[in-house]
Design a protein around this ligand. Structure first.
Ligand SMILES: [Mn+2]
Length: 338
């Protein structure tokens, strides 16, 4: 593992040293988790009260950051993405109106409940089984505040599993997923990590959280990716046939007969010419406009979404990919809110 690949993240690997009782550690971990969830719960509650007091919103987007990068197989930089994306959303270089005319300054369109304190929780020695549950729980806390709907800022793509699981459990059934990515992320367990960012959609499909999974932008797929795709009935749209599939993909109708639509955008679905700040640079991708055409024309009730895999450590010095990720978030927020 290169120093560059792991730079910037430190946590206590082993808290349960020989002479420290396990119960002491576990009690402390539970207190830290409770405190973490309390802040998210109270912020979500306040934002929900605000939106309901303003009135008139059927669905309202609320940002939830999940700064997690350690389930990446290569670089951990996506852990640093959420504050960079927020900074770019509100950057003074552009106005706060989305392309189709939604006003982002209106809390009925966009609010924020902050970040799951992933690094703080890991620093206390909490393992991934428990950490993933904290992420799911945080998503549910947002959804409890009707009409708030979570738009999650990654983080690496491993976070989509606990997020989709929470959305499906909270709504009481599967969703249709539109997944834009260079990669299918459907390995059974990449490098023996069942929570790997390359395995999140295997977990989602095994869990029965999705009826349909449409993968768009795919151009780095091996035999296991295709076999797993077939096994789970995934609709894989590869870049090599995009010109043929374009009309279909720009006129999607999803989510009918299930609990709605979930959109997961890996920033590397874009060609690296548009978004160089990603861990896995894969040429031959979608243009930014291709992605917006797919999103703007999609018919369906979008119940939640994520934007993942933006890696600020690979971005240009002027933060171009941060602006790209922020615009995806802005347009998704407009799509969700109504
Ligand atoms: Mn990817």
């Amino acid at each position: 593992m290169s120093i560059i690949g792991r730079r910037g993240i430190h946590f206590l690997h082993k808290l349960n040293a020989e002479n420290v009782p396990v119960a002491l550690i576990e009690k402390g971990q539970s207190r830290v988790i409770d405190a973490s969830l309390t802040l998210i719960r109270e912020r979500a509650k306040l934002k929900g009260e605000l939106v309901r007091a303003l009135g008139g919103a059927v669905a309202s987007t609320s940002l939830l950051g999940v700064p997690l990068g350690h389930n990446s197989s290569f670089l951990q930089g996506p852990a640093f993405a959420p504050p960079r994306i927020r900074e770019a959303i509100w950057c003074g270089s552009t106005n706060s109106t989305t392309e189709e005319g939604k006003e982002l300054n209106d809390p009925r369109v966009l609010t924020d409940v902050g970040d799951v304190p992933v690094q703080e929780i890991r620093d206390c020695g909490v393992d991934d089984d428990r950490l993933m549950n904290v992420i799911s729980e945080s998503v549910k806390l947002v959804m409890e505040q009707d009409p708030l709907r979570p738009l999650v800022l990654g983080g690496d793509h491993s976070i989509s599993y606990p997020v989709v699981r929470a959305v499906s459990e909270k709504l009481g059934g599967p969703v249709d997923i539109l997944h834009l990515d260079a990669h299918p992320d459907i390995y059974h367990a990449f490098e023996d990590n069942k929570y790997s960012h390359a395995s999140s959609f295997a977990r989602i499909m095994e869990g029965g959280y999705a009826r349909r999974l449409l993968q768009v932008g795919i151009r780095s797929i091996n035999n296991e990716g295709r076999v797993q795709g077939k096994r789970f009935g995934v609709e894989q749209y590869e870049m090599r046939t995009f010109s043929r599939d374009r009309h279909f993909l720009e006129n999607l109708k999803l989510g009918e007969g299930v609990k709605g639509v979930y959109i997961s955008i890996d920033v590397d679905c874009l060609d690296p010419a548009f978004a160089p700040g990603v861990s896995h640079i894969e040429p031959g991708g979608l243009s930014f406009r291709d992605v917006l055409n797919i999103l703007h024309n999609l018919q369906g009730d979008v119940v939640a979404a994520d934007v993942v895999e933006f890696n600020p450590q690979r971005d240009t010095v002027d933060g171009m990919t941060a602006m790209v990720a922020a615009k995806l978030v802005r347009e998704l927020a407009a799509k969700i809110s109504k």
